[in-house]
Design a protein around this ligand. Sequence first.
Ligand code: NDP
Length: 588
Amino acid sequence: MAEQDRIDEAKARYKAEREKRLREDAQGQYSQLTDEYEEFDHDPWVEPGFTREPMVETTQVVVVGAGFAGMLIAKGLLEQGITDFRIIDKAGDFGGTWYWNRYPGCMCDVESLIYLPLLEETGYTPTMKYAPASEIFEQCQRIGRRFDLYPHALFQTEIDTAAWDEDASRWTITTSRGDQLSAKFFITAGGILHKAKLPAIEGINDFAGRAFHTARWDYGYTGGSPTEPMDHLKDKRVGIIGTGATAIQVVPQLARSAKEVYVFQRTPSPVGERANAPIDPGWVEAQPPGWQRERMVNFTEAVTGDKPAVNLVGDGATRLLWEDTQQAAATPEEQAELERLDFEVMQGLRDRVDEIVDDPETAEKLKPWYGKHCKRLCYHDEYLQSFNRPNVHLVDTNGLGVRRVTAAGPVVDGREYELDLLVYASGFEVTTGLVSRLGFDPVGVGGVKLSERWEDGAHTLHGVLTNGFPNLLVCHFIQAGFGLNFHHYLQELTAHLTWIVATAEESGISSIEATVEAEDAWLAQLWEAGKGFGRYSAACTPSFHNSEGARTMAAARNVVHPGNLMRYSEHLERWRDAGDLPGVTITR
Ligand code: NDP
């Protein structure tokens, strides 16, 4: 068959697979791990019964979130000479996503040397090119100690309310521990994988066996630990719902430990080669100053930008995305060439399934039929191989997903799968509204809630400042930049946030907020820059990348700056260098 015919055939298949999966309820198909699913949401990593005295405190900055973002903000504040701040987190320690996610097989999928924060500052060399989660969590704790952040932290604490006090020009914040804090700046650094979600499947609470989300792994039930085999599963039938980046890492571990494993699949992930390898001890110490940022920029340019002369990371991501320009073609010929390159990458990944999976019927079902930017490209050297084991069974739902669970287990195509354990690898809220992800609703000028101001999606300047909410700094990727390496993005953004705080302090600014005109102009720029990718994404199979295919104003507004993160960074830099803080209202 001629190549163009194969491309056209694939495109027709992409469309058909997408249509199978589109749902009216889009993001509404999921529930949070709260309310009626409360038993899914306890913290397995702390001793129950923690109490402490409530605090009444006046401080300069309150940061919500003690993950990578919160820690980088804290370090940035200290560098700017700001020592009076609090970091609040529901978790029992630093780490964010790496605090919660300790499921078996968990590791980073961006090279450790650029993904682990502050390696240069801590002098730590990761053990592996893709480090296990436990090591990443330890690096977070190391950062906490190295920068003496623990005294600033209020752990196992959630924000109840946050309201702007117009007379005092400060945020008044109350917490689940009875704290009352008054802060000049309020920074939300809640992360993108903070709110785990469950598919709102009929009967989900009826299941009589054990069930949990991957972000709340119960080693008490499975036995083992993040680093030891799960020795309680050898006579257990285990199901896992979801086949995204998390499940790819979990399934091989379940396959090794459980009697039977049933993988309930709605959409297969593309899975390339991982090729993990040890890093020489002392590697970091041998590098010149500034090496980590240089390597991060090199990776970002390799996967989304002007290709650097040398590919320093040289991994699967940089190879598969080398030709990438995020579908921003100027001419029909360029567009056709991009389509061809995209097809080649995805066809290579489909061919890989045939090379690895013995049973042709199973192999067919494991092939991803969508473009390479539609879902996260995964890399693993044991996931596809797991399906060659006699105890691992793929339950493909033909794009429909599991729709019903009984006391015995999930029902698919009229068959009830009896299970002892059901694991939900069903992901996180990524592009839902900020209020939903934060779990509280900041109240701004005139008593207006953020959920009201952002009812039709985000309104921001650079994703950071919002009108009517002075001194609220949002640290997220909605209307901001992104990049494959989340750590790099956070480095760029948190430097900007701490600059704003420090500049306000130095210049006697008591409040700062975006103007509506600047918000509108920023959105217009995002839409203009994202035209090509918007078209691409709209044709994708649904996922959190395109708000599950929702065509609402909120989905249109909750976009990211497309393509190269460095272009977004340049916007921030130009704004800082302008000298007169364009597009904001300030009071002194
Ligand atoms: P995802 O949202 O990527 O995956 C959720 C999975 O659940 C999808 O396969 C989805 O299917 C499936 N699903 C949802 N509802 C149903 C249903 N009713 N029946 C069957 N399947 C269902 O979440 P992940 O936790 O896998 O990954 C989230 C993000 O976390 C990643 O994109 C990545 O950014 C990050 N991550 C990073 C890792 C790392 O190594 N650094 C490792 C793991 C995660 P469908 O695709 O059809 O929606």
